[in-house]
Design a protein around this ligand. Sequence first.
Ligand code: ZN
Ligand code: ZN
Length: 230
Amino acid sequence: MVRINNIRIMELLEPDFFGGVLNHNLAVVERGPSGGLMLIDTGLPGYLETIEEYLKSWGFSIEDVSDVVVTHWHHDHAGNASEIRKLSGAKVYAHYLETSYLLDPPTYQISYAEVTERLKVPEEDFKRTMRRINDLKYDPVIVDVTLRGGEDLAGFKVIHVPGHTPGHIALYNGEDLVVGDAMRGIGGEPTPPLEFFSWDYELSLASFRKLSSIPAKVIVPFHGEVIQKW
Ligand SMILES: [Zn+2]
Ligand SMILES: [Zn+2]
């Protein structure tokens, strides 16, 4: 666990992601708009127990979560949002352009050719990963508070950064920038999203540039390493 400023990070690991291991950084802010914990993104379906263990190790339980922000509809971000909402009564926040995907997530249409342009992966591993991610299911996520960008959530400003998905959002409190998949932290460097997982890659690059221009001290990407600038 890393704790930076007011953000705690729980790192979950997704094995067998195109032949490698993909990490997921769930950010937890101690005081959300409703007074309890604010969880930013929720991990893959099936990881609820790991989330509960992390919370317990910090002296909290799932009932202490009062606000859940979902940066976008992808399964590694929205996978436990519905269950956490049911267990804790937390409010769920997402951009209005994500709400229909969150209720009925589509399958991922990705070809081997697109992937091998970016990643060296044997076809076997590609097929196994695609089967696995397209078998993932999460309970429909009901969004309690729809966002457009510009709102304030416990001192974090909501920034609409479309491209990876239509309604992707990031959060910034003047120091800490939580970016979801709009930026990756590969080797500790800000890196644009993966092209083959992005809805509109050109738009995602424009959003990446917008986020890069923000004078944040800490950037928390969902995948890769937390980026600290001194
Ligand atoms: Zn994503
Ligand atoms: Zn992701």
